[in-house]
Design a protein around this ligand. Structure first.
Ligand SMILES: Cc1ncc(COP(=O)(O)O)c(C=O)c1O
Length: 388
């Protein structure tokens, strides 16, 4: 609450506090709670990345650097994406950011004017929607439909939600918290639609590598032309377990290079020097680590789907990708209160679906990026509550 007489912007005053934090704040003060509320695992950043940061500090990388990102990292990212998506994605299209979150807000700063709108596919990580509001834009929610335990996007609904004031369509695939993966054919249809109408696509692909039946999720980068109005947001947080390092990147049309250079200057004046050197090594040498992480998450997913899915009061959506189990609990309507109660009754910390926009209420998110014994213990504790 602003207790001064001096006003702050209304759009900022109206921003809600995170409902996930409303659970975690409570849970952190309680002993012996198993926390599965946030979107991160308990695997520390691997030593080869940590050592690269230390070596960089020892070499004296403690000064300002260029705004677009240090050349080494930009070069590695260009090679990585070109390899992954079997298509030349030049370094001139890349900007390194201080996290995926930072890339998201910068993308909105470049695109959203007050009075314009962004159509957002829901339910989705709340921060994605709030960035639009911070810029004074209107969020237009379009919900995924659930059928046979899976999520589907009705493209007609998405297209119908756009109008002359729509600046962008925002899609997060693989989705936090649905695990939904947008099929490549749908991505092509959305690109066709947006091309004709001069609408941006902001594609949040921070879970691109958290997939279980392929190397990477379908990406707009596989077919968008270098001058298409597509911005792809990415992050080191999930696939390289670097949440605390705050490093991400975005891939934009060639012509926006200067725009993002300016925005990096005025937001962060360039990402952290030695963190970028560590990021460069993560990309260059990280594939075996990413593969081992996915193998672990796959086991965790199998266990959670099998055990949680068998509990009598649970209706689980099968997570195609990412590391979240998203489920309905029979008889529950207020997910925030329910998650707060679960802290006492089960001593497990989960995220309330209500935090994730339209289509989230009535459901709960469990992050399964944890060790198997910890997950097994959490499921043991949830069983008496959810299986009766
Ligand atoms: C969908 C989505 N986008 C972006 C981010 C931001 O990631 P970070 O800021 O850690 O790079 C997250 C983090 O949880 C996320 O779930």
């Amino acid at each position: 609450m602003n207790s001064t007489k001096a006003p702050i912007r209304q759009a900022i005053a109206e921003l809600p506090f995170s409902k996930i934090r409303a659970v975690s704040r409570l849970g952190m003060a309680m002993p012996d709670v198993i926390p599965l509320w946030f979107g991160e695992g308990d695997v520390p950043t691997p030593p080869f990345i940590v050592d690269a940061a230390k070596a960089s500090l020892d070499r004296g990388h403690t000064f300002y650097e260029t705004n677009k990102g240090v050349p080494d990292l930009v070069e590695e990212l260009a090679r990585y994406q070109t390899r992954l998506y079997r298509r030349e994605i030049g370094r001139e299209r890349l900007t390194v950011n201080a996290s995926g979150m930072n890339a998201l807000i910068i993308a909105m700063q470049a695109i959203v004017d007050p009075g314009t709108n962004v159509v957002v596919v829901n339910p989705v990580w709340p921060n994605c929607r709030e960035t639009v509001k911070i810029m004074g834009g209107e969020v237009r929610d379009v919900t995924l439909d659930a059928k046979d335990g899976r999520f589907h996007l009705d493209l007609d609904k998405l297209f119908d939600a756009t109008d002359a004031k729509t600046r962008a369509v925002f899609i997060n695939s693989p989705g936090n918290l649905t695990g939904w993966m947008m099929p490549a054919e749908q991505q092509r249809d959305v690109l066709d639609f947006c091309r004709k109408r001069g609408i941006w696509i902001i594609s949040d692909e921070v879970y691109a590598r958290i997939v279980y039946d392929r190397q990477a999720a379908p990406s707009f980068l596989e077919f968008a032309e270098p001058d298409d109005a597509v911005i792809v947001v990415n992050s080191f947080s999930k696939a390289w377990t670097m949440t605390g390092w705050r490093l991400g990147w975005l891939t934009a049309p060639v012509g926006l290079s200067d725009t993002f250079e300016k925005l990096n200057e005025f937001n962060i004046s360039g990402p952290t020097s030695f963190v970028q050197r560590a990021g460069s090594v993560a990309i260059r040498d990280g594939e075996p680590f990413v593969a081992s992480l996915i193998a672990r998450y796959a086991q965790a997913r199998d266990m959670v789907v099998q055990r949680l899915g068998a509990m009598k009061r649970v209706r689980l959506y099968r997570p195609e990708a990412a590391f979240y189990a998203f489920f309905e609990v029979e008889g529950m309507s207020d997910s925030l209160t329910y998650c707060q109660q679960l802290l006492t009754t089960a001593k497990v910390g989960l995220a309330p679906g209500a935090a994730f926009g339209l289509g989230g209420e009535g459901k709960i998110r469990l992050c399964f990026a944890a060790t198997l014994p910890k997950l097994a213990q959490a499921l043991d504790r949830l069983e008496p509550v959810l299986d009766r």
